[in-house]
Each structure stands twice: as C-alpha cells, then as structure tokens.
Design a protein around this ligand. Structure first.
Ligand code: 4NP
Length: 154
C-alpha cells in the first residue's frame, strides 16, 4: 500500500480538501487497493472537527464526499507510516520538518512544487476563496497521482 499524507496548519480547510479530492481521484482510477490517503494539521487547534463549511461546500458542488474526515494533529510516527508527506505551504513544510525531526527528507515536499504553479496553496481560512484553493488542489492531486504512478513503475 502506498500511503499519502496531506498536511496544513488547521487540518480543516486545505489538507482535508486535498485528502477528499485525492481519494476521489484514486477511486475513479480504480487504485483504491493501492493508494491510501490521509491528512493532518501541524496545530492541535481543531482536533476532532469535521472540515470547514467552505471546504465541505465546494466539495459538495463537485460531488466529492468528506464523510469520515476528522481533524487530527501530525505525529512523530507519521514519518515511518507514510510514503509521501505533502505540505500545503512553505510554513507547513518548516513545521513538518521540525515536528518529525527530518530537516531534509525528500518524501516531505510542498504540494504545488509538483505543478507549474510552484507556490503555496492559498489558505481559504484567511482568503475566503475556496474556489481558488479547489482549482489548485485539483492540479496538485493530478500531478501527485502521476508522480506516484511513475514512482511505482520503477
Ligand atoms: P488550514 O486553514 O490550515 O487550511 O486548515 C486554517 C484553519 C484554521 C486556522 C488557520 C488556518 N486557525 O487559525 O484556526
């Protein structure tokens, strides 16, 4: 099983959106017996909460389920457990590296660095623009799935 973990600050806006979109994509490609997806936050602020209303709302618009998604905090053993640890922005990457005590491991990387955007995923908790975030999350998830399929071919 290939295991993917998306990480943001609160684990209620961006990383659960990426989790839901990636899971949907994996299912549609018939890869759900090969790829498992989860998400976590670097903060403890929203542990146990469902995704933010804005995230649930935009995903609903595209027919993507958020059932069963609940916020949790990143923990040390996630480093051993996951094959891809994907931060939504540069500050997430810094926090992940510190929390997992892994200053330079290639399995920890910034989501949109896989795409031509090469930038942070804007945080809709502050921008209010869940559509902009969703559009970038779609691009990122497609790029990540391509990368995983390429990696497992080797
Ligand atoms: P997220 O957004 O990291 O994409 O889940 C945030 C959610 C909550 C807060 C900040 C960012 N907060 O300050 O509670």
């Amino acid at each position: 099983m290939i295991k993917v973990l998306f990480v943001c600050l609160g684990n209620i806006c961006r990383s659960p959106m990426a989790e839901a979109v990636m899971r949907d994509l994996v299912k549609k490609r018939g890869l759900d017996d090969k790829i498992e997806v989860d998400s976590a936050g670097t903060s403890s602020w929203h542990i146990g909460e469902a995704p933010h209303y804005g995230t649930r709302n935009i995903l609903k618009k595209y027919g993507i389920s958020t059932d069963g998604i609940k916020a949790r905090q990143l923990q040390k053993q996630d480093f051993e457990e996951f094959d891809y640890i994907v931060g939504m922005d540069e500050s997430n990457i810094r926090n992940i590296r510190t929390m997992l005590n892994q200053p330079n491991h290639p399995k920890i990387f910034r989501f949109l660095d896989l795409t031509t955007h090469k930038k942070d995923v804007p945080d809709p908790y502050y921008t209010g623009n869940f559509q902009e975030t969703y559009d970038l999350v779609i691009d990122g998830c497609e790029a990540l799935l391509d990368k995983i399929l390429e990696d497992i071919k080797e």
